[in-house]
Design a protein around this ligand. Sequence first.
Ligand SMILES: Cc1cc2nc3c(=O)[nH]c(=O)nc-3n(C[C@H](O)[C@H](O)[C@H](O)COP(=O)(O)OP(=O)(O)OC[C@H]3O[C@@H](n4cnc5c(N)ncnc54)[C@H](O)[C@@H]3O)c2cc1C
Length: 581
Amino acid sequence: MDLQFKAADGSKRYKITKIYVPEGGSFQAGAPLLKAESGKMNTVVKAEQAGTLKKLLVKEGQEIGSGEIFAQAEYAAGTSAAGGQRGTVGSSSAASQRDAAKAAPNPALSLFGKKEELSCEIAVVGAGPGGYEAAIYAAKQGKDVILIEKSKVGGTCLNVGCIPTKAIVNSAEKYHMLCGLEDIGVSCGQASFDMHRVIGHKNQVVEQLRGGIESLLEANGVRLVRGTAAFQGPKELLVSQGLNRTTVKAGHVIIAAGSRIADLPIPGIHGSNVLNSTTALDLEEDFDSIAIVGGGVIGMEFAGIYASLGKRVHVLEYEKQILPTTDPDLVEVLTEDLKGQVDIRTGVRVQEIRESENGQCIVAFESGGRTKYLVADKVLVAVGRSANLDGLKLEKAGVELTENKRSIAVGGSMETNVPGIYAIGDVTGKIQLAHAASHQGLVAVDCILGKDRSMEYDFIPSVIFSRVEIATVGRTERELKQAGIAYRVSRFPFAANGKALTMDEGRGFVKLIAREEDGKLVGAAVAGPDASNLISVLTLALTNGLSPEAIISTVFPHPTLGEVIHEAALGLTVGAIHYHE
Ligand SMILES: Cc1cc2nc3c(=O)[nH]c(=O)nc-3n(C[C@H](O)[C@H](O)[C@H](O)COP(=O)(O)OP(=O)(O)OC[C@H]3O[C@@H](n4cnc5c(N)ncnc54)[C@H](O)[C@@H]3O)c2cc1C
């Protein structure tokens, strides 16, 4: 039996980086046989069936192209290769088995571009965290999946959202920390900051992760089709890229088209010194001051970055409080930390952005019925994202929107009004978070597979990565008050936690919220060191209905930040041990 190397991108040469089975060695079905790389693309060739490798025709370090034979093998008795004499080994066994069932692509080159017709069981539109995770999850369960992406794999989250911001947050935080190390007896001379290298590091992280996702798609047999998808009918999409046209016919469609920066009607918003959350990620130019329009999650993350870099920062927020949906006690930890470095103005409405003669920005805003002005070198507009609905031609599939017409309407299974068409992530307008999009994707796939699942929104954690991290899960005090639900709160401060003090991180607290009626934990929050990690423990507890007593009976290691959770749970019962109010 000839074993053939098969890669998703047949035009490339691959370098063999690993041969897993020696000549004469045996292998199980699904075992890796050979790994090859091309640029950032990795392909792992897996065995379709159990057998023995009779003859190796290649060596590590050698180049190989799609279709070339790399070994001869004998399959174990009782198994036979699908398709007769030649065993086609793709990047996964499931992928190659499905190949036979797929409608063969029919590329027809003409002056008007390439035309192709493809079919699959599930077509996913958009390769952000919602779409690409759904695609891999479905492929792992034997589904034949096509993933369509018009831009870069990874979507907003990887390319211009979660990951790049966190890379820059990390550089800024480290710089800020270096500037304050003398307090704990460490001196390292004059700290400096090189924005060119910071952006370079951010780009390298993003590219590495993007390459990783592309390899995973290939290894799981997900076919990636590049281009913009538009519905032609309920189960048919036309994908356009330049002059090329691919028709994709699918049994099910998952729309994961995400969101984009909303165009706000503020005069001057497109000025040369006005940034948005995407352009700010590539800003290498130095400046002294910045006005941030919008004190929401994205605005406050950037405020933290620029404050750590020693810039003069102004935040202009329309609501009465920055981070309007977060409980005020948590927000206070952040505002205390930023005091003296960030000028926060709430209850104001930005009217216009003008450019002064020396190139600075003049921001006109209304505050208390009067127009005021603020001058800064740069303005960052960090307000509003809208669902990517344009160009999808949803009407051709009959997919309905929500009442406000801003998002795609879905039920708990993530199915739209059209049977077989699902929507997940930012495009549904439910919750604009990457992990929510991914989870919705898994629910949609499970429902396609016939499992009885429904998306639950009660315990989706949310993190603000500003100079102090704030993380929340479940209900806030504000919500409970508004709903007239009686509750009890326990707060435990990091100032009473040994590990936090050794880290010189005594700011903030953990808070647990229990319903008065039955003592059930309904909400939790952390403002302070490593809140983004601590919230996972609390999310696990709340999602699984753990009681404060269950947390108390759990042993937490010492000395760790996690002990604050144990103490806060004690605070809901007999009282915390290391803190007395
Ligand atoms: C600055 C910033 C920071 C953020 N930080 C965080 C954070 O720390 N944590 C967090 O959880 N969330 C964060 N988010 C939000 C997070 O990025 C989004 O919630 C998440 O990316 C949504 O995932 P998605 O899969 O729904 O859509 P997206 O990530 O937007 O991906 C959608 C993809 O679909 C493609 N597409 C759209 N239309 C078509 C079409 N017709 N045909 C083909 N392809 C199409 C797009 O090109 C895109 O790649 C941040 C966002 C921003 C802007």
